[in-house]
Design a protein around this ligand. Structure first.
Ligand code: NAI
Length: 343
């Protein structure tokens, strides 16, 4: 008897329902044992329940502790607060894991296999900022406060180091700016060095790199890195940079992992410019689903999904428009399902 796994499914906004349908078709073909609890969030949450993060959605994740999520629309400027940020806070999803791996060869860089681990809750993203008025200029001065705690840094660094050991990473680089932001990012560096000496020395190589130099080195020679671990703002920027190294947002999955739950998603947003046209590339969400399978220890299924994606893209050469192909989302999905069924 196969054990069934309850999991929350949030289709999301824009292209969300299209790429979620594609992902469900692939997971069905794999006979993945998820029992989905369908819930709404983002704009769909506002339309269905008058709330971008309805209590029923939070209750569902509290129960399942596992979710697959399409992108959620957040209005810029005014409007409601990002449901993604609220989800991270509600479930203490402190670790953001973003692997970058070439699937389609022939881009700017080949053989990239990097992972960025980003602290997801602290730093300059806590939203403590304000303007100071001088004379008649209400925006004369802008101020922001960042908060990094030793406990918050340690749990993220411990997660990253454990992940490095479990996945056989040879090198971990702590990315910081402790030469300038001596306290704010110095505490993260100091905590990482101390943790490595105490618990992980000899299990992998550790180095430290300043964020600006890291950005340059990633573009000149990305192969010198293996895993990057860093604070919230630097991690946000670097994870998009490494997504760019492997062909852009359509290929980039992400996992938000915490003590109370894990939520898997594509790195990209709701792509309103192509929503409803049936042309979105579902690969990023499919790769997120593979991470979710790994997370629940269904590694063989995860491998089959990744292999089928590779075959569809590179042997069958079925690709969506963003990858230079002409396949619709549904044609791509049909080819992928065929590969999953027939190998
Ligand atoms: P976006 O990632 O939605 O789109 C940027 C560009 O990439 C667009 O031209 C889009 O067509 C293209 N693109 C993105 N995903 C694609 C895919 N799977 N296949 C083919 N092309 C794809 O970023 P944008 O436009 O800045 O944001 C739109 C909305 O998404 C905003 O409301 C934003 O807040 C939200 N968003 C949500 C995220 C999440 O839920 N995790 C993450 C990022 C943005």
């Amino acid at each position: 008897m196969t054990i069934r796994l309850p999991a929350t499914l949030i289709a999301g906004d824009g292209i969300g329902p299209e790429i979620v349908d594609a992902t469900l078709a692939a997971l069905d073909a794999l006979q993945a044992p998820f029992d989905w609890d369908h819930q709404a969030a983002g704009l769909a949450g506002v339309q269905a329940a008058g709330d971008p993060l309805p209590p029923a959605t939070l209750d569902s994740i509290r129960r399942t502790r596992l979710a697959l999520k399409g992108p959620l629309e957040t209005p810029s400027g005014g409007g409601y607060r990002s449901s993604n940020v609220r989800l991270r806070e509600a479930f203490q999803l402190y670790a953001n894991l973003r692997p970058a791996l070439n699937i389609v060869p022939g881009g700017r860089f080949d053989n990239i296999d990097l992972v960025v681990v980003r602290e997801n809750l602290e730093g300059l993203y806590i939203g403590h900022e304000h303007y100071v008025q001088i004379d008649d200029d209400p925006h004369a001065v802008a101020m922001a406060t960042g908060i990094n705690t030793r406990a918050g840094g340690r749990r993220l660094l411990e997660f990253a180091f454990e992940h490095a050991v479990a996945t056989g990473r040879r090198k971990v680089s702590i990315v910081h700016k402790a030469n300038i932001m001596k306290a704010l990012t110095g505490i993260f560096l100091e905590t990482g060095l101390e943790l490595y000496e105490r618990k992980y020395k000899g299990k992998f190589e550790l180095d430290t790199v300043i964020i600006d130099a890291c950005a340059m080195k990633l573009v000149l020679n990305p192969w010198q890195f293996d895993m990057l671990v860093t604070t919230n703002l630097f991690g946000d920027i670097l994870s998009d940079l490494v997504a760019g190294l492997v062909g852009g947002l359509g290929m980039a999955p992400g996992a938000n992992i915490g003590a109370d739950a894990a939520i898997f998603e594509a790195v990209h947003g709701s792509a309103p410019d192509i929503a409803g046209k049936g042309i979105a590339n579902p690969t990023a969400l499919l790769l997120a689903a593979a991470m979710m399978l790994d997370h629940v220890r269904l590694t063989e299924m995860a491998t089959r999904l990744r292999q089928a994606l590779h075959a569809t893209l590179n042997i069958d050469l079925v690709r969506t428009g963003d990858l230079g192909g002409s396949a619709s989302t549904s044609a791509f999905t049909q080819a992928l399902v065929r590969r999953i069924r027939n190998g």
